[in-house]
Design a protein around this ligand. Structure first.
Ligand code: F6R
Length: 601
Protein backbone atom coordinates (compact mmCIF):
# COMPACT_ATOMS: atom_id res chain seq x y z
CA UNK A 1 0.00 0.00 0.00
CA UNK A 2 1.13 3.61 0.32
CA UNK A 3 1.30 5.84 -2.73
CA UNK A 4 4.24 7.78 -4.07
CA UNK A 5 4.59 10.66 -6.51
CA UNK A 6 7.42 12.74 -7.90
CA UNK A 7 7.80 15.76 -10.16
CA UNK A 8 10.75 17.34 -11.91
CA UNK A 9 10.18 20.20 -14.34
CA UNK A 10 9.74 23.94 -14.46
CA UNK A 11 6.53 24.41 -12.50
CA UNK A 12 5.97 24.65 -8.76
CA UNK A 13 6.23 21.03 -7.60
CA UNK A 14 4.25 21.44 -4.34
CA UNK A 15 0.77 21.66 -5.79
CA UNK A 16 1.36 18.93 -8.38
CA UNK A 17 2.60 16.60 -5.63
CA UNK A 18 -0.27 17.41 -3.27
CA UNK A 19 -2.89 16.97 -5.98
CA UNK A 20 -1.25 13.70 -6.99
CA UNK A 21 -1.27 12.46 -3.41
CA UNK A 22 -4.95 13.31 -3.09
CA UNK A 23 -5.61 10.93 -5.98
CA UNK A 24 -3.52 8.24 -4.27
CA UNK A 25 -5.13 8.55 -0.85
CA UNK A 26 -7.05 5.36 -1.60
CA UNK A 27 -3.70 3.55 -1.17
CA UNK A 28 -3.27 4.70 2.42
CA UNK A 29 -4.25 7.70 4.44
CA UNK A 30 -2.76 7.59 7.92
CA UNK A 31 0.04 10.10 7.30
CA UNK A 32 1.58 11.93 4.38
CA UNK A 33 4.53 14.05 3.38
CA UNK A 34 6.38 15.79 0.60
CA UNK A 35 10.00 16.83 0.08
CA UNK A 36 10.80 19.65 -2.32
CA UNK A 37 14.22 20.59 -3.59
CA UNK A 38 15.66 23.81 -5.04
CA UNK A 39 19.06 25.51 -5.08
CA UNK A 40 18.87 26.14 -1.34
CA UNK A 41 18.38 22.47 -0.52
CA UNK A 42 15.60 20.06 0.44
CA UNK A 43 12.62 20.87 2.63
CA UNK A 44 10.45 18.15 4.11
CA UNK A 45 6.87 18.65 5.23
CA UNK A 46 5.00 15.76 6.80
CA UNK A 47 2.00 15.20 9.02
CA UNK A 48 -0.06 12.47 10.62
CA UNK A 49 -3.48 12.21 9.00
CA UNK A 50 -4.78 12.99 5.54
CA UNK A 51 -3.43 15.06 2.65
CA UNK A 52 -5.72 17.85 3.85
CA UNK A 53 -3.74 17.85 7.12
CA UNK A 54 -0.46 17.87 5.21
CA UNK A 55 -1.60 20.89 3.19
CA UNK A 56 -1.86 22.85 6.44
CA UNK A 57 1.84 22.39 7.21
CA UNK A 58 3.32 22.93 3.74
CA UNK A 59 5.00 26.33 3.46
CA UNK A 60 3.31 27.88 0.44
CA UNK A 61 6.12 30.43 0.08
CA UNK A 62 8.78 27.94 -0.95
CA UNK A 63 9.13 27.50 -4.70
CA UNK A 64 10.79 24.32 -5.94
CA UNK A 65 10.67 22.56 -9.28
CA UNK A 66 11.59 19.10 -8.01
CA UNK A 67 9.91 17.02 -5.35
CA UNK A 68 8.63 13.68 -4.12
CA UNK A 69 5.60 12.78 -2.01
CA UNK A 70 4.06 9.91 -0.09
CA UNK A 71 0.75 8.88 1.45
CA UNK A 72 1.12 6.11 4.01
CA UNK A 73 -0.62 2.96 5.21
CA UNK A 74 1.50 1.98 8.18
CA UNK A 75 3.38 -1.32 8.17
CA UNK A 76 6.53 -0.57 10.20
CA UNK A 77 5.77 1.72 13.11
CA UNK A 78 2.60 3.48 14.16
CA UNK A 79 1.15 6.29 12.06
CA UNK A 80 2.81 9.42 13.46
CA UNK A 81 4.91 12.34 12.29
CA UNK A 82 8.26 10.58 12.71
CA UNK A 83 7.24 7.47 10.80
CA UNK A 84 5.64 9.48 7.98
CA UNK A 85 7.64 9.67 4.75
CA UNK A 86 9.84 11.20 3.32
CA UNK A 87 12.73 9.89 5.43
CA UNK A 88 16.19 11.41 5.44
CA UNK A 89 19.70 10.12 5.96
CA UNK A 90 21.65 11.35 9.00
CA UNK A 91 23.33 14.22 7.11
CA UNK A 92 19.98 15.00 5.41
CA UNK A 93 21.73 14.80 2.06
CA UNK A 94 19.36 12.02 0.89
CA UNK A 95 15.55 12.03 1.11
CA UNK A 96 13.46 8.99 0.25
CA UNK A 97 9.85 7.86 -0.16
CA UNK A 98 9.03 4.17 -0.26
CA UNK A 99 6.01 1.99 -0.97
CA UNK A 100 6.44 -1.66 0.01
CA UNK A 101 7.89 -3.78 2.77
CA UNK A 102 11.56 -4.64 3.30
CA UNK A 103 11.73 -8.03 4.96
CA UNK A 104 15.41 -7.96 5.93
CA UNK A 105 15.56 -4.40 7.29
CA UNK A 106 16.60 -5.50 10.79
CA UNK A 107 19.38 -7.72 9.42
CA UNK A 108 20.70 -4.87 7.25
CA UNK A 109 20.47 -2.49 10.17
CA UNK A 110 22.55 -4.82 12.36
CA UNK A 111 25.06 -5.61 9.66
CA UNK A 112 25.70 -2.15 8.21
CA UNK A 113 24.16 0.53 10.36
CA UNK A 114 24.92 -0.30 14.00
CA UNK A 115 26.50 3.16 14.46
CA UNK A 116 23.52 5.06 13.01
CA UNK A 117 20.93 6.66 15.20
CA UNK A 118 17.46 6.21 13.70
CA UNK A 119 14.64 8.74 13.90
CA UNK A 120 11.79 6.42 12.92
CA UNK A 121 10.65 2.80 13.25
CA UNK A 122 10.40 2.33 9.51
CA UNK A 123 12.15 -0.04 7.14
CA UNK A 124 12.45 2.91 4.76
CA UNK A 125 14.94 4.76 6.95
CA UNK A 126 17.25 1.75 6.69
CA UNK A 127 17.30 2.17 2.89
CA UNK A 128 18.15 5.86 2.93
CA UNK A 129 20.85 5.35 5.56
CA UNK A 130 22.41 2.56 3.50
CA UNK A 131 22.56 4.83 0.45
CA UNK A 132 24.36 7.48 2.50
CA UNK A 133 26.73 4.94 4.01
CA UNK A 134 27.74 3.43 0.66
CA UNK A 135 28.14 6.88 -0.92
CA UNK A 136 30.35 8.12 1.92
CA UNK A 137 32.35 5.07 2.83
CA UNK A 138 32.76 3.10 -0.37
CA UNK A 139 33.49 5.96 -2.70
CA UNK A 140 30.52 5.01 -4.88
CA UNK A 141 28.53 7.42 -7.04
CA UNK A 142 25.00 8.00 -5.76
CA UNK A 143 23.61 5.81 -8.54
CA UNK A 144 26.05 3.02 -7.66
CA UNK A 145 25.20 3.32 -3.96
CA UNK A 146 21.50 3.25 -4.83
CA UNK A 147 21.92 0.08 -6.93
CA UNK A 148 24.09 -1.58 -4.30
CA UNK A 149 21.45 -0.83 -1.65
CA UNK A 150 18.65 -2.19 -3.84
CA UNK A 151 20.59 -5.37 -4.50
CA UNK A 152 20.68 -6.00 -0.72
CA UNK A 153 16.95 -5.49 -0.16
CA UNK A 154 14.60 -8.44 0.25
CA UNK A 155 10.95 -7.55 -0.21
CA UNK A 156 8.97 -5.03 -2.17
CA UNK A 157 9.69 -1.44 -2.97
CA UNK A 158 8.85 1.48 -5.16
CA UNK A 159 11.32 4.21 -4.25
CA UNK A 160 12.07 7.80 -5.16
CA UNK A 161 15.26 9.46 -3.93
CA UNK A 162 16.35 13.08 -3.82
CA UNK A 163 20.03 13.98 -3.47
CA UNK A 164 20.54 17.48 -2.12
CA UNK A 165 23.78 17.76 -4.09
CA UNK A 166 22.04 17.14 -7.42
CA UNK A 167 18.76 19.00 -7.70
CA UNK A 168 18.28 18.03 -11.34
CA UNK A 169 17.58 14.34 -10.76
CA UNK A 170 15.17 11.96 -9.05
CA UNK A 171 16.41 8.38 -8.72
CA UNK A 172 13.73 5.74 -8.85
CA UNK A 173 13.72 1.99 -8.15
CA UNK A 174 11.07 -0.70 -8.28
CA UNK A 175 10.55 -4.28 -7.19
CA UNK A 176 7.07 -5.83 -6.82
CA UNK A 177 5.39 -2.55 -5.80
CA UNK A 178 3.81 -0.69 -8.72
CA UNK A 179 5.47 2.40 -10.19
CA UNK A 180 5.11 4.38 -13.41
CA UNK A 181 7.10 7.21 -14.92
CA UNK A 182 4.98 9.86 -16.64
CA UNK A 183 6.56 11.86 -19.42
CA UNK A 184 5.75 15.42 -20.44
CA UNK A 185 7.07 18.39 -22.32
CA UNK A 186 10.00 19.70 -20.22
CA UNK A 187 8.94 17.77 -17.17
CA UNK A 188 8.69 14.18 -15.97
CA UNK A 189 6.76 12.63 -13.11
CA UNK A 190 6.53 9.40 -11.19
CA UNK A 191 3.46 7.83 -9.61
CA UNK A 192 2.23 4.60 -8.07
CA UNK A 193 -0.85 4.92 -10.28
CA UNK A 194 -1.39 6.90 -13.49
CA UNK A 195 -4.47 8.49 -11.91
CA UNK A 196 -2.23 10.62 -9.72
CA UNK A 197 -0.54 12.38 -12.59
CA UNK A 198 -3.30 12.54 -15.21
CA UNK A 199 -3.48 16.18 -14.18
CA UNK A 200 -0.23 16.79 -16.11
CA UNK A 201 0.23 13.91 -18.59
CA UNK A 202 -1.41 10.83 -20.05
CA UNK A 203 1.90 9.35 -21.32
CA UNK A 204 3.34 6.74 -18.99
CA UNK A 205 6.17 4.24 -19.04
CA UNK A 206 5.77 0.98 -17.13
CA UNK A 207 8.66 -0.13 -14.97
CA UNK A 208 9.66 -3.73 -14.42
CA UNK A 209 10.96 -5.29 -11.23
CA UNK A 210 14.60 -4.64 -10.40
CA UNK A 211 14.83 -1.64 -12.69
CA UNK A 212 16.04 1.80 -11.71
CA UNK A 213 15.29 5.06 -13.48
CA UNK A 214 17.25 8.27 -13.62
CA UNK A 215 14.59 10.94 -14.06
CA UNK A 216 15.57 14.48 -15.04
CA UNK A 217 13.49 17.33 -16.43
CA UNK A 218 14.27 16.28 -20.00
CA UNK A 219 15.14 12.57 -19.81
CA UNK A 220 14.00 9.26 -18.45
CA UNK A 221 16.75 6.63 -18.43
CA UNK A 222 15.72 3.14 -17.41
CA UNK A 223 18.46 0.74 -16.35
CA UNK A 224 18.80 -2.71 -14.88
CA UNK A 225 20.62 -2.97 -11.55
CA UNK A 226 23.78 -3.98 -13.47
CA UNK A 227 23.68 -0.68 -15.39
CA UNK A 228 22.37 -2.02 -18.73
CA UNK A 229 20.14 0.62 -20.31
CA UNK A 230 16.61 -0.51 -21.21
CA UNK A 231 14.53 1.26 -23.83
CA UNK A 232 10.75 1.32 -23.47
CA UNK A 233 8.14 3.54 -25.11
CA UNK A 234 5.39 5.31 -23.22
CA UNK A 235 1.75 4.24 -23.55
CA UNK A 236 -1.31 6.46 -23.39
CA UNK A 237 -3.26 5.99 -20.16
CA UNK A 238 -6.84 5.61 -21.29
CA UNK A 239 -8.34 7.07 -18.17
CA UNK A 240 -10.80 9.87 -18.30
CA UNK A 241 -9.94 12.43 -15.61
CA UNK A 242 -13.70 12.89 -15.01
CA UNK A 243 -13.98 9.18 -14.08
CA UNK A 244 -12.00 9.91 -10.97
CA UNK A 245 -14.06 12.86 -9.78
CA UNK A 246 -16.98 12.53 -7.38
CA UNK A 247 -19.14 14.93 -9.34
CA UNK A 248 -22.26 15.80 -7.36
CA UNK A 249 -22.10 12.66 -5.22
CA UNK A 250 -21.32 13.02 -1.51
CA UNK A 251 -19.16 9.88 -1.64
CA UNK A 252 -17.35 7.80 -4.25
CA UNK A 253 -19.01 4.70 -2.84
CA UNK A 254 -22.49 5.96 -3.67
CA UNK A 255 -21.36 7.03 -7.14
CA UNK A 256 -19.82 3.62 -7.74
CA UNK A 257 -22.94 1.78 -6.52
CA UNK A 258 -24.97 3.86 -8.98
CA UNK A 259 -22.56 3.14 -11.82
CA UNK A 260 -23.26 -0.60 -11.70
CA UNK A 261 -25.99 -0.73 -14.38
CA UNK A 262 -23.70 1.23 -16.70
CA UNK A 263 -20.79 -1.08 -15.98
CA UNK A 264 -22.85 -4.19 -16.78
CA UNK A 265 -23.90 -2.64 -20.10
CA UNK A 266 -20.28 -1.70 -20.85
CA UNK A 267 -19.19 -5.27 -20.08
CA UNK A 268 -21.83 -6.73 -22.41
CA UNK A 269 -20.66 -4.39 -25.17
CA UNK A 270 -16.97 -4.99 -24.58
CA UNK A 271 -17.35 -8.77 -24.75
CA UNK A 272 -19.61 -8.83 -27.83
CA UNK A 273 -18.19 -9.62 -31.26
CA UNK A 274 -19.33 -7.95 -34.49
CA UNK A 275 -22.37 -10.25 -34.62
CA UNK A 276 -23.47 -9.37 -31.11
CA UNK A 277 -22.36 -12.72 -29.70
CA UNK A 278 -20.39 -12.92 -26.48
CA UNK A 279 -16.79 -13.76 -27.25
CA UNK A 280 -13.58 -14.54 -25.39
CA UNK A 281 -10.20 -14.95 -27.08
CA UNK A 282 -9.44 -18.42 -28.39
CA UNK A 283 -6.31 -18.89 -26.28
CA UNK A 284 -8.27 -18.31 -23.07
CA UNK A 285 -10.99 -20.70 -24.18
CA UNK A 286 -8.38 -23.31 -25.01
CA UNK A 287 -6.78 -22.90 -21.58
CA UNK A 288 -10.21 -23.28 -19.94
CA UNK A 289 -11.08 -26.38 -21.97
CA UNK A 290 -7.66 -27.97 -21.51
CA UNK A 291 -7.84 -27.70 -17.73
CA UNK A 292 -9.22 -30.48 -15.56
CA UNK A 293 -9.75 -28.12 -12.59
CA UNK A 294 -9.80 -24.40 -12.14
CA UNK A 295 -8.31 -22.72 -9.09
CA UNK A 296 -9.69 -19.26 -8.38
CA UNK A 297 -7.36 -17.20 -6.21
CA UNK A 298 -8.42 -13.88 -4.69
CA UNK A 299 -8.84 -11.85 -1.50
CA UNK A 300 -11.73 -10.09 0.24
CA UNK A 301 -14.52 -8.97 -2.02
CA UNK A 302 -12.83 -10.48 -5.06
CA UNK A 303 -12.77 -13.84 -3.25
CA UNK A 304 -16.51 -13.49 -2.67
CA UNK A 305 -16.98 -12.85 -6.40
CA UNK A 306 -14.91 -15.98 -7.03
CA UNK A 307 -17.33 -18.06 -4.95
CA UNK A 308 -20.15 -16.95 -7.24
CA UNK A 309 -17.95 -17.51 -10.31
CA UNK A 310 -17.40 -21.12 -9.26
CA UNK A 311 -21.14 -21.71 -9.63
CA UNK A 312 -21.11 -20.38 -13.19
CA UNK A 313 -18.08 -22.35 -14.31
CA UNK A 314 -19.29 -25.60 -12.77
CA UNK A 315 -22.93 -25.25 -13.82
CA UNK A 316 -22.43 -23.81 -17.31
CA UNK A 317 -18.97 -24.98 -18.43
CA UNK A 318 -18.93 -28.18 -16.37
CA UNK A 319 -15.35 -27.75 -15.12
CA UNK A 320 -14.68 -28.33 -11.41
CA UNK A 321 -13.55 -25.23 -9.54
CA UNK A 322 -11.87 -24.54 -6.21
CA UNK A 323 -11.87 -21.04 -4.76
CA UNK A 324 -9.03 -20.08 -2.43
CA UNK A 325 -8.13 -17.09 -0.30
CA UNK A 326 -4.73 -16.07 -1.70
CA UNK A 327 -2.96 -15.54 1.63
CA UNK A 328 -3.80 -19.10 2.70
CA UNK A 329 -3.06 -20.74 -0.62
CA UNK A 330 0.49 -19.37 -0.65
CA UNK A 331 1.52 -21.25 2.44
CA UNK A 332 -0.82 -24.21 2.30
CA UNK A 333 -1.06 -25.25 -1.32
CA UNK A 334 -3.61 -28.05 -1.84
CA UNK A 335 -2.85 -31.13 -3.88
CA UNK A 336 -3.28 -29.82 -7.41
CA UNK A 337 -4.98 -31.63 -10.25
CA UNK A 338 -3.00 -32.77 -13.29
CA UNK A 339 -3.98 -29.87 -15.56
CA UNK A 340 -4.86 -26.90 -13.40
CA UNK A 341 -5.69 -23.44 -14.68
CA UNK A 342 -5.41 -20.55 -12.24
CA UNK A 343 -7.77 -17.58 -12.34
CA UNK A 344 -6.74 -14.54 -10.33
CA UNK A 345 -9.50 -12.08 -9.53
CA UNK A 346 -8.36 -8.65 -8.44
CA UNK A 347 -9.87 -5.21 -8.86
CA UNK A 348 -6.51 -3.48 -8.50
CA UNK A 349 -4.35 -6.17 -10.07
CA UNK A 350 -1.75 -5.30 -7.43
CA UNK A 351 -2.74 -7.35 -4.38
CA UNK A 352 0.45 -8.79 -2.92
CA UNK A 353 -1.18 -11.93 -1.48
CA UNK A 354 -2.53 -12.87 -4.90
CA UNK A 355 0.73 -12.00 -6.59
CA UNK A 356 2.65 -14.31 -4.27
CA UNK A 357 0.47 -17.19 -5.50
CA UNK A 358 0.89 -16.13 -9.11
CA UNK A 359 4.68 -16.14 -8.75
CA UNK A 360 4.58 -19.57 -7.08
CA UNK A 361 2.35 -21.23 -9.68
CA UNK A 362 4.28 -19.69 -12.58
CA UNK A 363 7.41 -21.25 -11.13
CA UNK A 364 5.58 -24.59 -11.23
CA UNK A 365 4.87 -23.95 -14.92
CA UNK A 366 1.09 -23.46 -14.72
CA UNK A 367 -1.00 -21.06 -16.78
CA UNK A 368 -2.80 -18.11 -15.24
CA UNK A 369 -5.65 -15.84 -16.25
CA UNK A 370 -6.13 -12.53 -14.41
CA UNK A 371 -9.52 -10.85 -14.22
CA UNK A 372 -8.84 -7.24 -13.25
CA UNK A 373 -10.03 -3.69 -13.54
CA UNK A 374 -6.58 -2.28 -14.22
CA UNK A 375 -4.94 -2.95 -17.58
CA UNK A 376 -1.17 -3.19 -17.26
CA UNK A 377 -1.35 -3.97 -13.53
CA UNK A 378 1.16 -6.41 -12.08
CA UNK A 379 -1.23 -9.38 -11.97
CA UNK A 380 -2.27 -8.67 -15.54
CA UNK A 381 1.27 -8.34 -16.84
CA UNK A 382 2.52 -11.44 -15.13
CA UNK A 383 -0.35 -13.76 -16.03
CA UNK A 384 -0.65 -15.48 -19.41
CA UNK A 385 -4.06 -13.98 -20.13
CA UNK A 386 -6.17 -11.06 -18.93
CA UNK A 387 -9.87 -10.29 -18.95
CA UNK A 388 -10.76 -6.72 -18.08
CA UNK A 389 -13.65 -5.59 -15.91
CA UNK A 390 -14.30 -2.30 -17.71
CA UNK A 391 -15.69 -0.88 -14.47
CA UNK A 392 -13.76 2.40 -14.59
CA UNK A 393 -11.63 3.51 -11.63
CA UNK A 394 -12.98 2.34 -8.28
CA UNK A 395 -11.91 4.92 -5.72
CA UNK A 396 -13.95 4.13 -2.59
CA UNK A 397 -12.05 1.69 -0.42
CA UNK A 398 -15.12 -0.54 -0.14
CA UNK A 399 -15.45 -2.38 -3.41
CA UNK A 400 -18.89 -2.34 -5.04
CA UNK A 401 -18.94 -2.03 -8.82
CA UNK A 402 -15.80 -4.15 -9.18
CA UNK A 403 -17.59 -7.01 -7.37
CA UNK A 404 -20.55 -7.01 -9.76
CA UNK A 405 -18.22 -6.52 -12.74
CA UNK A 406 -16.15 -9.52 -11.64
CA UNK A 407 -19.28 -11.66 -11.40
CA UNK A 408 -20.51 -10.49 -14.80
CA UNK A 409 -17.16 -11.23 -16.48
CA UNK A 410 -16.99 -14.65 -14.80
CA UNK A 411 -20.49 -15.41 -16.10
CA UNK A 412 -19.37 -14.50 -19.63
CA UNK A 413 -16.22 -16.60 -19.32
CA UNK A 414 -18.25 -19.63 -18.16
CA UNK A 415 -20.94 -19.09 -20.77
CA UNK A 416 -18.58 -18.76 -23.74
CA UNK A 417 -16.51 -21.72 -22.54
CA UNK A 418 -19.71 -23.79 -22.38
CA UNK A 419 -20.60 -22.74 -25.92
CA UNK A 420 -17.16 -23.57 -27.17
CA UNK A 421 -17.43 -27.01 -25.54
CA UNK A 422 -20.71 -27.49 -27.41
CA UNK A 423 -22.74 -27.73 -24.21
CA UNK A 424 -26.43 -26.98 -24.22
CA UNK A 425 -27.20 -23.29 -23.52
CA UNK A 426 -28.92 -22.87 -20.16
CA UNK A 427 -29.70 -19.18 -20.68
CA UNK A 428 -29.39 -16.33 -23.16
CA UNK A 429 -26.71 -14.42 -21.28
CA UNK A 430 -26.80 -11.15 -23.26
CA UNK A 431 -30.52 -10.83 -22.63
CA UNK A 432 -30.25 -11.87 -18.98
CA UNK A 433 -27.40 -9.42 -18.27
CA UNK A 434 -29.49 -6.70 -19.94
CA UNK A 435 -32.32 -7.54 -17.52
CA UNK A 436 -29.82 -7.40 -14.67
CA UNK A 437 -28.69 -3.89 -15.68
CA UNK A 438 -32.31 -2.71 -15.67
CA UNK A 439 -33.00 -4.36 -12.30
CA UNK A 440 -29.89 -2.71 -10.87
CA UNK A 441 -31.25 0.64 -11.98
CA UNK A 442 -34.54 -0.07 -10.21
CA UNK A 443 -32.68 -0.88 -6.98
CA UNK A 444 -30.41 2.16 -7.21
CA UNK A 445 -33.56 4.29 -7.38
CA UNK A 446 -34.80 2.82 -4.08
CA UNK A 447 -32.18 4.46 -1.89
CA UNK A 448 -34.73 5.81 0.54
CA UNK A 449 -36.05 2.31 1.26
CA UNK A 450 -32.53 1.07 2.06
CA UNK A 451 -31.77 4.12 4.15
CA UNK A 452 -34.93 3.35 6.16
CA UNK A 453 -33.98 -0.31 6.54
CA UNK A 454 -30.57 0.74 7.71
CA UNK A 455 -32.01 3.17 10.25
CA UNK A 456 -34.59 0.65 11.49
CA UNK A 457 -32.26 -2.32 11.86
CA UNK A 458 -28.77 -0.96 12.35
CA UNK A 459 -28.83 2.39 14.09
CA UNK A 460 -28.13 1.14 17.61
CA UNK A 461 -26.79 -2.36 17.15
CA UNK A 462 -23.22 -3.52 17.74
CA UNK A 463 -23.57 -6.63 15.61
CA UNK A 464 -25.57 -8.07 12.73
CA UNK A 465 -25.96 -11.39 10.92
CA UNK A 466 -26.54 -12.00 7.23
CA UNK A 467 -27.97 -15.42 6.41
CA UNK A 468 -28.66 -17.12 3.11
CA UNK A 469 -28.43 -20.45 1.35
CA UNK A 470 -26.78 -21.38 -1.95
CA UNK A 471 -25.49 -18.32 -3.80
CA UNK A 472 -27.36 -16.10 -1.33
CA UNK A 473 -24.86 -17.29 1.28
CA UNK A 474 -21.97 -15.98 -0.83
CA UNK A 475 -23.70 -12.61 -1.14
CA UNK A 476 -24.18 -12.66 2.64
CA UNK A 477 -20.41 -12.96 3.07
CA UNK A 478 -19.97 -9.90 0.89
CA UNK A 479 -22.81 -7.98 2.58
CA UNK A 480 -21.26 -8.63 5.99
CA UNK A 481 -17.80 -7.56 4.81
CA UNK A 482 -19.18 -4.31 3.40
CA UNK A 483 -21.06 -3.50 6.62
CA UNK A 484 -18.04 -4.29 8.79
CA UNK A 485 -15.51 -2.33 6.85
CA UNK A 486 -17.38 0.95 6.55
CA UNK A 487 -19.75 1.07 9.55
CA UNK A 488 -17.60 -0.94 12.03
CA UNK A 489 -20.67 -2.96 13.04
CA UNK A 490 -19.49 -6.49 13.72
CA UNK A 491 -21.18 -8.50 11.02
CA UNK A 492 -21.08 -12.12 9.97
CA UNK A 493 -22.33 -13.83 6.84
CA UNK A 494 -23.64 -17.29 7.56
CA UNK A 495 -25.07 -20.25 5.69
CA UNK A 496 -28.68 -20.30 6.93
CA UNK A 497 -28.56 -23.94 7.95
CA UNK A 498 -25.26 -23.63 9.79
CA UNK A 499 -26.25 -21.02 12.35
CA UNK A 500 -27.94 -23.56 14.59
CA UNK A 501 -24.68 -25.50 14.90
CA UNK A 502 -23.25 -23.03 17.36
CA UNK A 503 -23.42 -19.41 16.30
CA UNK A 504 -27.14 -19.12 17.13
CA UNK A 505 -25.92 -18.75 20.72
CA UNK A 506 -25.07 -15.14 19.82
CA UNK A 507 -28.64 -14.25 18.89
CA UNK A 508 -30.31 -12.22 21.60
CA UNK A 509 -33.24 -9.85 21.91
CA UNK A 510 -33.11 -7.39 19.01
CA UNK A 511 -30.09 -8.84 17.15
CA UNK A 512 -30.59 -7.83 13.51
CA UNK A 513 -30.57 -10.75 11.07
CA UNK A 514 -30.68 -9.85 7.39
CA UNK A 515 -31.82 -12.84 5.33
CA UNK A 516 -31.56 -13.13 1.55
CA UNK A 517 -34.20 -15.26 -0.16
CA UNK A 518 -33.67 -15.28 -3.92
CA UNK A 519 -33.36 -19.01 -4.57
CA UNK A 520 -36.54 -21.00 -5.13
CA UNK A 521 -35.05 -24.33 -4.06
CA UNK A 522 -34.13 -23.02 -0.61
CA UNK A 523 -36.76 -20.35 -0.10
CA UNK A 524 -38.69 -22.33 2.48
CA UNK A 525 -35.56 -23.54 4.28
CA UNK A 526 -34.13 -20.04 4.68
CA UNK A 527 -37.45 -18.84 5.98
CA UNK A 528 -37.33 -21.73 8.46
CA UNK A 529 -33.91 -20.48 9.57
CA UNK A 530 -35.35 -17.01 10.03
CA UNK A 531 -38.07 -18.47 12.28
CA UNK A 532 -35.38 -20.18 14.37
CA UNK A 533 -33.60 -16.89 15.06
CA UNK A 534 -36.83 -14.97 15.58
CA UNK A 535 -37.78 -17.52 18.25
CA UNK A 536 -34.59 -16.46 20.04
CA UNK A 537 -35.32 -12.74 19.87
CA UNK A 538 -33.71 -11.73 16.53
CA UNK A 539 -35.04 -8.79 14.58
CA UNK A 540 -35.34 -10.11 11.00
CA UNK A 541 -35.05 -8.19 7.74
CA UNK A 542 -35.90 -10.42 4.79
CA UNK A 543 -34.86 -9.36 1.30
CA UNK A 544 -36.55 -11.66 -1.17
CA UNK A 545 -36.97 -11.88 -4.93
CA UNK A 546 -40.20 -11.22 -6.79
CA UNK A 547 -42.10 -14.47 -7.07
CA UNK A 548 -40.67 -15.81 -3.80
CA UNK A 549 -41.83 -13.00 -1.52
CA UNK A 550 -43.98 -13.48 1.55
CA UNK A 551 -45.92 -11.07 3.70
CA UNK A 552 -43.69 -9.11 6.02
CA UNK A 553 -40.58 -9.17 3.80
CA UNK A 554 -38.67 -5.92 4.17
CA UNK A 555 -37.81 -5.55 0.50
CA UNK A 556 -38.54 -7.45 -2.71
CA UNK A 557 -35.94 -7.22 -5.48
CA UNK A 558 -36.94 -7.57 -9.15
CA UNK A 559 -36.97 -11.07 -10.60
CA UNK A 560 -33.89 -12.02 -12.62
CA UNK A 561 -32.37 -15.30 -13.81
CA UNK A 562 -31.75 -17.39 -10.68
CA UNK A 563 -28.08 -18.02 -11.50
CA UNK A 564 -27.40 -14.28 -11.73
CA UNK A 565 -29.21 -13.08 -8.59
CA UNK A 566 -25.96 -12.13 -6.74
CA UNK A 567 -25.55 -9.31 -9.25
CA UNK A 568 -28.61 -7.60 -7.88
CA UNK A 569 -29.15 -9.01 -4.38
CA UNK A 570 -25.82 -7.47 -3.39
CA UNK A 571 -27.07 -3.94 -4.11
CA UNK A 572 -29.41 -3.74 -1.09
CA UNK A 573 -26.52 -4.91 1.10
CA UNK A 574 -24.20 -2.26 -0.38
CA UNK A 575 -26.74 0.50 0.17
CA UNK A 576 -27.67 -0.70 3.67
CA UNK A 577 -23.96 -0.67 4.59
CA UNK A 578 -23.52 2.78 3.03
CA UNK A 579 -26.37 4.29 5.04
CA UNK A 580 -25.34 2.50 8.24
CA UNK A 581 -21.90 4.11 7.91
CA UNK A 582 -23.44 7.47 7.15
CA UNK A 583 -25.79 7.30 10.14
CA UNK A 584 -22.80 6.52 12.34
CA UNK A 585 -20.77 9.40 10.99
CA UNK A 586 -18.12 7.07 9.63
CA UNK A 587 -15.77 8.08 6.84
CA UNK A 588 -17.52 6.09 4.10
CA UNK A 589 -14.86 6.30 1.40
CA UNK A 590 -11.85 5.92 3.67
CA UNK A 591 -12.66 3.59 6.54
CA UNK A 592 -10.18 3.32 9.36
CA UNK A 593 -7.18 0.96 9.17
CA UNK A 594 -7.76 0.13 5.50
CA UNK A 595 -6.32 0.93 2.10
CA UNK A 596 -7.69 0.28 -1.34
CA UNK A 597 -4.74 -1.49 -2.82
CA UNK A 598 -3.16 -4.04 -0.49
CA UNK A 599 0.35 -4.34 -1.80
CA UNK A 600 1.86 -5.98 1.27
CA UNK A 601 1.53 -9.68 2.15
C1 F6R B 1 -13.46 -4.86 0.33
C2 F6R B 1 -12.31 -4.78 -0.54
C3 F6R B 1 -11.20 -5.76 -0.33
C4 F6R B 1 -10.59 -6.17 -1.68
C5 F6R B 1 -9.35 -7.04 -1.45
C6 F6R B 1 -8.75 -7.51 -2.75
O1 F6R B 1 -14.42 -3.90 0.00
O2 F6R B 1 -12.23 -3.95 -1.40
O3 F6R B 1 -11.62 -6.86 0.38
O4 F6R B 1 -11.54 -6.87 -2.41
O5 F6R B 1 -8.39 -6.29 -0.75
O6 F6R B 1 -8.40 -6.45 -3.57
P1 F6R B 1 -8.23 -6.64 -5.12
O7 F6R B 1 -9.54 -7.01 -5.69
O8 F6R B 1 -7.74 -5.32 -5.61
O9 F6R B 1 -7.21 -7.75 -5.30
Amino acid sequence: MCGIVGYIGNQDAKEILLKGLEKLEYRGYDSAGIAIMNNSGVQVFKEKGRIADLRQVVDQNVFAQTGIGHTRWATHGVPNHDNAHPHQSTSERFTLVHNGVIENDQILKREYLSDVSFKSDTDTEVIVQLIEKFTNEENLSVEEAFCKTLSLLKGSYALALLDEQNNGTILVGKNKSPLLVGVGDSFNVIASDAMAMLQVTDQFIELMDKEIVVVTQENVTIKKLDGTVVSRNPYTAELDASDIEKGTYPHYMLKEIDEQPLVIRKIIQSYQDDNGNLAISEDILKAMKDSDRIYIIACGTSYHAGLVGKQFIEKLAEIPVEVHVASEFSYNMPLLSKKPLFIFISQSGETADSRAVLVAIKELGYKALTITNVPGSTLSREADYTLLLHAGPEIAVASTKAYTAQIAVLSILAYVTAQSKGLEAKLDLVTELGIIANAMEVLCNEKEAFENISREFLSVTRNCFFIGRGVDYFVCLEGALKLKEISYIQAEGFAGGELKHGTIALIEEGTPVIALATQEAVNLSIRGNVKEVVARGAYPCIISMKGLEQEGDSFVIPSVHELLTPLISVIPTQLIAYYAALHRDCDVDKPRNLAKSVTVE
